[in-house]
Design a protein around this ligand. Structure first.
Ligand SMILES: [Mg+2]
Length: 202
């Protein structure tokens, strides 16, 4: 394709998926979610593989985008995280790509462009996979996921576990579970035609 020409086909739609608290159970301490420490603690929520199959069947490219700051902080190994991702792709073979940010995200650090709420992981994956962000979605359980999705220009679904931390940007939709979030996305196959007034369950 020459520079400046119109792409031969419109970009694909993607659903970007947070990992901990979205696909698999998070470890909750003092009302806040944390990553499981080992494969033994790594457990999908009920219905997640079936819901991912439904998204894939509807034509969505599935991309996991996960912050794993414990690696950057030296309290988790990259090998342990990679073992979880190998297991994740075994459980959900429809996942096209896993984007990980290991930046420690300490207070006072300059923001890493790939660490959520920055949109870098979504932008990188979209570029590689030919994804049209205006037709895409982000599902997550924390404000960082919602803000990341909003900054990347995708619609967002927050799975609301009522954590002890406030949401910043309002999500496009709020859901009670991953299966519920997928149901919302499948009910809105309307490309980039986002109605900004849609901020609650349909
Ligand atoms: Mg999460």
């Amino acid at each position: 394709m020459s520079e400046g020409s119109i792409p031969p086909f419109p970009g694909r739609s993607a659903v970007f998926l947070d990992r901990d608290g979205t696909l698999n159970r998070a470890v909750i301490r003092e009302g806040k979610p944390y990553a499981p420490g080992s494969l033994k603690e790594f457990e999908l929520f009920e219905g997640v593989p079936a819901a991912c199959r439904a998204l894939h069947a509807a034509g969505y490219v599935l991309v996991v985008a996960t912050n794993q700051p414990d690696v950057g902080r030296g309290i988790q190994t990259q090998e342990a995280v990679e073992a979880m991702h190998a297991k994740l792709r075994e459980w959900i073979p429809e996942i096209a790509r896993v984007e990980v940010c290991y930046a420690p995200g300490r207070d006072g650090d300059p923001p890493d462009p790939r660490r959520k709420p920055e949109p870098g992981m979504l932008l990188d994956a979209a570029r590689r996979l030919g994804v049209d962000l205006a037709k895409s979605w982000m599902i997550g359980d924390r404000w960082r996921d919602v803000d990341c999705g909003a900054r990347a220009g995708v619609r967002t679904v927050l799975i609301d576990f009522h954590y002890a931390e406030p949401v910043q940007t309002a999500p496009t939709f709020t859901a009670a579970s991953f299966a519920d979030a997928v149901r919302i996305i499948l009910a809105h196959p309307d490309g980039g035609k986002l109605n900004p007034s849609q901020t609650s369950l349909p």
